[in-house]
Every structure is written in C-alpha cells, then in structure tokens.
Design a protein around this ligand. Structure first.
Ligand code: GLC
Ligand code: GLC
Length: 813
C-alpha cells in the first residue's frame, strides 16, 4: 500500500494543514461551540444546524453520495473560460495551489488559479447564530481580472430526516424572500415555526438564484451548474422544489489588488407576536442586526481574534512539555479539542453519524465529561444534572435523551445495566476538579417528572444499589440489555434480520447472563463512592458499600478468573464467554481493562497475567482488538457482535475507546513501558507519521474503530471524531501516564511513564491556583514518587494542596 502524505501539523498555529484535496476520505472540522454548528470538510463540504442536527438542520447534506462529500458551501469563480473552486470541489478544476488549514473551530481554505488567489476563512463567532465566510480575493497576475463569483448553498427543510424522505410534501413547501444582498429561507415559517435562515454578502450583488433546478439545470451536476456555465444568474425565485441561495457578483481586480467579501449564513428565531413585518413578510430585524455586526472585514477579524482567545484560554488549563512533539501536540491541542467537540456533538453529527439517529447517550455523556470538565466546569455541572434527570427511581436509566427536550428516549428505552455506574464516574470527576460538593444537594427529578426530585447524592446511591439489586447466580452483575458493549446481546435471541439488536424485546427474564465488565466498573466507581461518603461524613453508607465492593472483588476472583485472564461474561444459560474453553472469542478486552483498573487480584498477580495475555493474544501493530479470535459464525445467544465480519466493529475490531482501559490497567500495575507502547499505537500523531493512505480518516483525531488483525484490511480507520476514545485518551495521558490527578484536597501526583522518560513539565490551572510541575526521573523508573517539593518545601505524601496563586512543584521519581 502506498504511503502518501496529505498534510502535516502546524503546532504554532494549532492547525492541521492539508495540502492535497484528494484525501483518502473527507477530512473534516467543526465550527461553533454553543448553539450554531457546522461541519466542514477540506473541500468545504458539510452542513450547518442550530442546536439539534435532526430538527434544526439549516443546510442540506446527502450522506454517502457519489462523488463523496458533494454538498457544502461552494464558491464558483469564473475567470474567462475557466471555472474553479478555492477548495477544488465541486468543479475539480486542477488548482495551481491548494491548502486547507483546520484550526480550533475554524477552517481556512485557499486555492489559486491563473494568478488569482481565493482564501476563505470559515468560523462561527462566539455566542452568535451564524457561520461567517470571509473570502479574500487577490489578483497576483499582471492583468486586470474580471471575475464572476457565484456563491452556493442548498437549504434543508429543517427536519433532516423527513427532508430525505417525504418528497410528496417537501416539493411543495419551500419558500424564500430576497432583500438586497440577502436571501431568506422561510419554509413553514407561517404556522408553527418561529425560525428562518438567511445567506448574506456584504456587497451589492449583480444577481441571485434561489431555485435549484433553474440555477443548476435538472440534468447538470454541481461541477457545472448551467448558470455558471453561461456566466450569469437567472434571478430565480423558488416556489417549492428545492430552495437554494446563490449570490452572483461581478468583481474587477487590478494587478496586485485584493478584495474582502463577507458572507454570512445566519439563523433567527422570533417571538410569536413579532413574527411578521407585514402580511406574510418575515420580520427581519434580528437578521439585520446580526448582519450589521459583521458587515466589514475588520469586525470579522475582531470576532475571529475573540475566538482564538477563547481557545488560548481553554487550552491553557493543562499543557505539557515532554520533549516529544508528537505527544505534546496531542495533549496540548488536538486531544483536548476533540473532547470539546464530543461535548458539543455527543454522537450526533459527523461524516459517520447522520445527525438524525442518536440522542445523547447516558453512558457516553458521562464518559465524555472527564475530557472537558477541566475546561468548562459550569457546563459539565449542567450536563450531569441533565443526565441524572433521565434516571428512573429504581436506579435504572434511559439509555439516551434528546438534546432539545432533554427527555429520555422511549424508542431505545433502558435496561443497560452499566449505565447507572457512569453517573458516579462523571459526578466524582466533576467534584474532584472543582471542589464543588454543592452539586450533590441539587434536587434532581426521576424521568424528568416534576414532584419526584431527590438530591443528586441519592441518585448516586440508587445507582450503586441498582447493581447490587441485580446480581446473578455468581454474585456478579446481571448484564441486562447490554453493558458497555452494545453488541454483546446476551438476552436478545434475535432471528429476525428486520429487527434492531438495540431495541428488540429483551428476553432477560430468568437469565443468568452476568458481566465481568460491570463487575470491574462497579469496583472502580464503588471505591470512588466509598471515598465520597467518608468525605461527606456518611460512615455507615461508606461501610455498607465497602462491603459490597469487597464481595464483588471476591466474586470476580472466584467466578471471574479463567486461569490466564478474566472471563468476559456468563450467558443466559450460565455458560462462560471469553474463556479458554471457547473456540472463538476466548478473551475480551473490556473485562481485562476494568478488572485491572480496579486492581482486582493485583497482589496475587492476576493483573500481571491478564495484561500479559492481552499483549500475547489481542495486541497487534495498530492497537488492541476487542476480542480474540473473532467470531466467524452467528451465535444467537450473543447477538450483534457475532453478526459482524471478522475484525470489524465489536467483533475483534480495534475499538479505540477501550484501549485506554488496558493502558490505565497497566499504570495501576506500574508497567509504564507497556502502557506507553499501547498508548502510542492509537495516538493520532504517531499514526499520522506512519501511514495516512491506509488509515483513511483524519490524522489529527482518534476514530472509534480501526480494523483489527482478523480483518481484510488491518489498520483502516472508520468513524472518526465522535467517540469516547477522545475523553479516555485524555483521562489516560493526563491522570495516569503524566499522573496529574485532581483529588478532593489537591492535585495527586502519581506518574507511570516509560523508563526512557527522564523529565517533563506540566502547567496545570486548578481551583484558582497555577501549578508549574517539573517531574524528574533520572533513574528511569516507571512508577513511584520519592519526594515532592512545593514552593521550596518538601510535602508529606503526594497530594499538592489546592491553593490560589502560582506554585512551583518539583517531583522526584
Ligand atoms: C459506541 C456507543 C457506546 C458503546 C460502544 C460499544 O461507541 O456509542 O455507547 O458503549 O459503541 O458498543
Ligand atoms: C451499533 C454499533 C455500536 C453502537 C450501537 C448503538 O450496534 O455497532 O458501536 O454502540 O449501534 O447505536
């Protein structure tokens, strides 16, 4: 396989620079971080939405199209007989130069053709409901250029799902208005809707189009719209069919001259009584106000500077200087950035998630939290309360909720028995970061029903109890519908290919199906819960749960150990899964990860053995596979996992999300070299250096899955961006490898590094203090602290107390 490079990191600008538009897959970025969001690929493909990618889709996108990634915000530049786009697509006219720079919530795409350069900066200004596209045109030739510029966007009729299916209706509903250089999209505004969108340019236009077929021609495609080919707009006015927005501009540029144009794609909501300016005419006051805020290049530049300052600030909370650029750029820039994107998007909108399928996951959102709680603690606090509000009174939870309504999703329901534990995981992370115990006194309802509120602390308590109340014959947790592995469906028994494994009736009654993954998770979060209870002065509750945790550890040792590794589960009938006795699926990653993280049998050497077995059986060049060997036939008693081809997804793919569990397990066991080796195999910057063509997806972020060693193409990545891998990678490197762990009283310092690491520095802002932490490891140890000096004084133990002001911390390993 060829090993071509399509781009490189530019750390000084916090950018990834793509130098060839024909990337092996569209390489995307995210604009916006609050309400208005856009996805943008390296050729300007993608779409925008307001808050909810399903219900408030602003521009249209056709997934899995031919050619790939064929909808976006496009600019056609007609210069004599040549028509080109700065981002190469959709005309695909060969450019004299091309560059795409993906940065922190902005993207800059520049193209050059026949002496003209067009560079476009795309971003969403902080707290605004719009995408700015600032285009700079430069004439670098010796002749005067007469350019014709056509902008192009296609509107989505708001609901992204029905937009793709209900054509008998959709083709009659589209409505627009035009006022000077602004095109308004107001489909359905008259009845229940209170919102419209607009597309504006800060200059007088020479024409426009709003009807797609008139602009494009019914049998032409985006590479050569009829209007562009003929060189003039048709001034079409859309009635139904497919409304678009296209400005037509004639621009003269003298040699050396340049021109800035500001395009704004905006979204507006109006109060019911102020919807109209006159009969049927939308009230444009808010659109005018938004346009006025960005009507000059200077105003745009200022907003862009504010966005960059926002990121300076977010990324200043934790920085490392390790001497390894590849590590530093992931820790200081891209890993933290990806965590913020998963905070904003959960699993909704990417080039692998259509934005119409999934809400916010109970377990996913709690795990995501450890990736951004240090950056935006206030928003993390709200997120915890939103999540907890979808819990049931018995401690069970809705598996997902909708971001607009914040209500539990009845289509998916509940019964995933790992879910409750994650609430403890998320809440404890929040309190340790902030020291804010008051969150535990917040009154939080069950299933969002007013009148049912109890303290958040009681939600944690019933979460623990939910596990204890649902133990199976071996004293291990019953798995319910599924645990973390959505595809290990032990109570599903589906023979009907038309039903979804995720939602089909759970046949769990009388089931003996138990999960070692939940057992480990229970021990880890249970210990956190016990520590919290002691802190809160609840010794009886602490003792009660300590007993339950010990019982669980014991059950794992007695019934969960297979001889060389931890079992994965017992099935409905009480048969072993993930055992040497099985022909396929002899060993699974989840239980090795969680039971070693929990340190179960650490002293007896069980963790060592389990981690060695992982290395021996599951590790490969590209990471650790989920199970081994892969299943080659369908097992009705295991469900979806055994329906996937070998080496993909949950059937022995490298599910990056759970690699960090093993890595953390290695650090618990003090094996820094092994931890580091596993870590760097899935660290994007190490992968980007090694191979881009095979890996396919973006080299600056983690993807959910890399094809495993049993697959046809080991190393091929899929499902980039929206994955729990982001927060787990962050949690692993910051707290377990570099070893800077927030704790109730301060920063607990406990590194576990490869023996080649001799020194590194971390700057950490924490509860009003700023810590410069210098770690020295002259003897090349992997774990263990000799001494810690804070501001010149040696402290007892390894917790650097939380105190405002600047502090110098020197750590000797
Ligand atoms: C996906 C889901 C997550 C699940 C995992 C394993 O990443 O978002 O909830 O735990 O797959 O099945
Ligand atoms: C599919 C995916 C899995 C995901 C689940 C829930 O089964 O393979 O990764 O967690 O759907 O949407």
């Amino acid at each position: 396989m060829e090993n071509k490079k399509y781009g490189h990191f530019d750390d000084a600008h916090r950018e990834y620079v793509i130098t060839d538009p024909k990337t092996p897959w569209p390489w995307i970025n995210y604009l916006g971080n609050e309400d208005f969001f856009s996805l943008i690929s390296n050729t300007a493909g993608g779409y925008s939405f307001y808050k909810d990618a399903k219900f408030r889709r602003i521009t249209r996108y056709r997934y899995n199209n031919v050619p790939m990634d064929n909808d976006g915000r496009y600019f056609y530049i007609k210069d004599g007989d040549t028509t080109w786009n700065p981002g190469w697509k959709p005309c695909r006219t060969p450019l004299d130069s091309y560059e795409c720079r993906h940065g922190m919530n902005y993207t800059r795409i520049s193209g050059q053709k026949n002496g003209v350069e067009a560079s476009i900066l795309f971003f969403v200004p902080l707290h605004k409901w719009c995408e700015i596209q600032k285009m700079t045109l430069r004439n670098q030739s010796n002749e005067t250029k007469h350019l014709k510029v056509f902008s192009f966007q296609e509107w989505c009729l708001w609901n992204a799902a029905t937009d793709m299916e209900n054509f008998q209706r959709n083709f009659s509903t589209g409505e627009v208005e035009i006022e000077n250089s602004t095109i308004y999209h107001k489909t359905e505004y008259r009845e229940r809707r209170n919102h419209y969108a607009f597309y504006h340019v800060n200059q007088e236009i020479q024409g426009y189009d709003t009807d797609r077929e008139t602009f494009m021609g019914l049998y032409s495609d985006k590479s050569a719209p009829d209007a562009v080919t003929e060189g003039h707009a048709r001034n079409s006015f859309a009635h139904g069919w497919s409304p678009i927005a296209s400005h037509y501009l004639e621009i003269e540029l003298k040699p050396g001259e340049s021109r800035d144009l500001v395009f704004i794609l905006g979204y507006v909501e109006n109060p019911q009584e102020q919807k109209f300016e006159s009969k049927k005419v939308i009230n444009k006051a808010k659109a005018h106000a938004l346009i006025a805020e960005f009507d000059t290049a200077e105003k745009v530049d200022k907003a862009f500077e504010e966005l960059n300052e926002y990121w300076d600030n977010l990324l200043s909370v934790f920085t490392v200087k390790s001497g390894d650029d590849k590590l530093d750029r992931m820790v200081n820039i891209w890993n933290q950035y990806q965590c913020m994107v998963t905070f904003c998007m959960s699993r909704s909108a990417s080039f692998f998630e259509s934005g119409i399928g999934r809400g916010m996951g109970f377990r996913d959102s709690n795990q995501d939290l450890v990736g951004f709680v240090h950056q935006i603690p206030q928003r993390a606090r709200q997120r915890i309360i939103d999540i907890a509000s979808t819990q049931f009174a018995d401690g069970g939870c809705y598996h997902q909720y909708q971001p607009l309504s914040k209500r539990g999703n009845n289509d998916i329901g509940g019964g995933f028995n790992d879910d409750p534990c994650w609430l403890i995981f998320g809440t404890v992370a929040y309190i340790k970061e902030t020291g804010d115990f008051s969150i535990l006194n917040e009154m939080v309802p069950f299933d969002n029903k007013p009148g049912t509120e109890v303290k958040l602390f009681d939600h944690l308590k019933i979460s623990m109890d939910h596990v204890i109340n649902n133990l199976g014959p071996h004293g291990l947790p019953l798995i319910g519908r599924a645990d973390w592995n959505d595809c290990l469906n032990l109570n599903c028994f589906s023979w009907d290919p038309n039903e979804s494994f995720q939602t089909t009736e759970n046949q769990g009654k009388g089931s003996k199906a138990e999960s070692l993954m939940i057992a480990g998770l229970f021990v880890v979060t249970g210990k956190d819960y016990v520590e919290l209870c002691r802190r809160l002065g609840k010794p009886h509750e602490a003792d009660r749960m300590e007993t339950a945790v010990k019982a669980m550890e014991n059950a794992v040792k007695v019934h969960g150990w297979d001889g060389e590794w931890f079992l994965r589960a017992y099935d409905f009938y009480g048969e072993k899964i993930g055992s040497n006795e099985n022909d396929e699926g002899k060993i699974f990653i989840e239980s090795q990860g969680w039971c070693t993280m929990a340190g179960i049998g650490l002293k007896e050497g069980l963790c060592d053995k389990a981690l060695d077995s992982v290395k021996e059986r599951m590790e490969c060049e590209h990471g650790i596979v989920l199970n081994n060997p892969a299943y080659t036939t369908y097992h009705v008693e295991m469900g979806e996992i055994s329906s996937y081809p070998e080496g993909y997804k949950e059937n022995a793919g490298i599910f990056c999300h759970n690699n960090p569990w093993v890595i953390i397990g290695e650090t618990v066991d003090g094996r820094g070299d092994d931890a580091w080796n596993h870590y760097k195999k899935i660290l994007p910057s190490y992968v980007e250096e090694k191979y881009q063509t095979l890996h396919k997806v973006e080299p600056y972020v983690n993807c959910q899955m890399v094809a495993g060693k049993d697959s046809a193409r080991p190393g091929e990545g899929k499902n980039s961006w929206l994955t729990g891998t982001a927060s787990w990678m962050w949690y692993t490197i910051s707290e377990f490898i570099l070893g800077i762990k927030p704790s109730y009283d301060g920063l607990l310092i406990d590194p576990c590094v490869p023996s080649t690491t001799k020194t590194y520095e971390v700057n950490r802002k924490f509860r009003g203090g700023e810590y410069h932490i210098m770690v020295n490891n002259p003897e090349g140890n992997q774990k263990g602290i000799k001494s810690i000096m804070v501001d010149g004084k040696t402290i007892n133990g390894n917790i650097v107390p939380a105190e405002p002001g600047k502090h110098e911390v020197i750590v000797q390993m």
